[in-house]
Design a protein around this ligand. Structure first.
Ligand code: KIV
Length: 268
C-alpha cells in the first residue's frame, strides 16, 4: 500500500516510485468523511463548486470566503487527508501582495496543506515563488484553466498544435522552477501530458489529460453521476447516483402523500 501523503515531498516520492496519486474534489463534511474512508490520497476544495454546488455556468463567481467556508467543512470531515484549496478568480492577480495574503489566509483558516492557482505567466510565477517562500505549498494548474474560459473562448482542449504543446511543456518546467510541488493538467491531448510528465520531476495530476499523468483528479459529482444532465467525456461515472436518488426521494414523496411515512418504527 502507498504511504499516506502528508507533505509535498511525499508527492514527489510517489512519482519517483511510479505510484499514481488519486485526488477528488469535495465541498462538504458529509462527503469528505466518505472520501477519506475510501482512501483517496488528496482532496481538492476546487472552485468547480461554482458550477456543481452553486449552479453557476462557470467558476468565476466563486469568492475567497466560499472556499474558506467549504474548506473548513471538508477539513472537519476529513481531518487526516491531504487538503488543497483553490485560489478563486480575482484573488491573486492584482499584485503579489494580494496573492500572498490570500494564500496565507486560505491556509490559516482552512488548515489545508496547499493552495492551487491557475496559470504560469511571469506575474503568476512571481506570486507562486513568494507564496512558496512564505512556507505555503502551491499546486499549479495549466492546460485548460477554467478561470480564463472567456479569454480562451470557452471550454476547449488546449495544446493541440505543436507550438501550443511546446508552450505547455515550458509552462510546466517554469512552475516546477517556481516551487510548485505538483501541477494539474486539464483538457489536453494524451501525448502532450505524457511529454509534460516526462519533462518534470513533480507529479502531474490530470483531468481530461489521459493516462500518462502521475495522478488523476475528478469532480465528486461527475464521479458519482450526481448531475443528471451532465456527462463530460473525461469522467467515468462510478455510480448513477442521480437516478437512484431521484427514485429514493420520489418514494419519500409518495409515502408522505399516501400516509405510510412515518411508520410505527419512526414514531415515539
Ligand atoms: O476547481 C476544480 O475542481 C479544479 C479541478 C477540476 C482540477 O480545478
Amino acid at each position: 500500500m502507498s504511504r499516506k501523503l502528508r507533505f509535498p515531498k511525499d508527492w514527489i516520492e510517489r512519482k519517483q516510485q511510479k505510484e499514481k496519486i488519486s485526488v477528488l474534489t469535495c465541498y462538504d463534511a458529509t462527503s469528505a468523511v466518505l472520501v477519506e474512508r475510501a482512501g483517496v490520497d488528496a482532496i481538492l476544495v476546487g472552485d468547480t463548486m461554482g458550477m456543481v454546488l452553486q449552479g453557476h455556468s462557470s467558476t468565476m463567481p466563486v469568492k475567497l470566503d466560499h472556499i474558506i467556508y467549504h474548506g473548513q467543512c471538508v477539513r472537519r470531515g476529513a481531518p487526516g487527508t491531504f487538503l488543497i484549496v483553490d485560489m478563486p478568480f480575482g484573488t491573486y492577480h492584482a499584485s503579489v501582495e494580494q496573492g500572498v495574503n490570500n494564500a496565507m489566509r486560505l491556509i490559516q483558516e482552512t488548515e489545508a496543506q496547499a493552495v492551487k492557482l491557475e496559470g504560469a505567466d511571469e506575474d503568476t510565477l512571481k506570486i507562486i515563488r513568494k507564496i512558496v517562500a512564505g512556507g505555503a505549498p502551491v499546486m499549479g494548474h495549466i492546460g485548460f484553466t477554467p478561470q480564463s474560459y472567456l479569454s480562451l473562448g470557452g471550454f476547449r482542449i488546449q495544446g493541440k498544435s505543436n507550438d501550443a504543446a511546446d508552450a505547455l511543456i515550458e509552462q510546466a518546467k517554469a512552475l516546477q522552477s517556481a516551487g510548485c510541488f505538483s501541477i494539474v493538467l486539464e483538457l489536453m491531448p494524451t501525448d502532450v501530458s505524457r511529454r509534460i510528465s516526462e519533462a518534470v520531476q513533480i507529479p502531474t495530476i490530470g483531468i481530461g489529460a489521459g493516462i500518462h499523468c502521475d495522478g488523476q483528479v475528478q469532480v465528486f459529482q461527475d464521479l458519482l453521476g450526481l448531475l443528471p444532465d451532465f456527462a463530460p467525456k473525461h469522467a467515468r461515472k462510478y455510480d448513477q447516483a442521480a437516478e437512484r436518488w431521484i427514485t429514493a426521494i420520489g418514494q419519500y414523496d409518495n409515502d408522505v402523500k399516501s400516509g405510510s411515512f412515518p411508520g410505527p418504527e419512526n414514531s415515539h
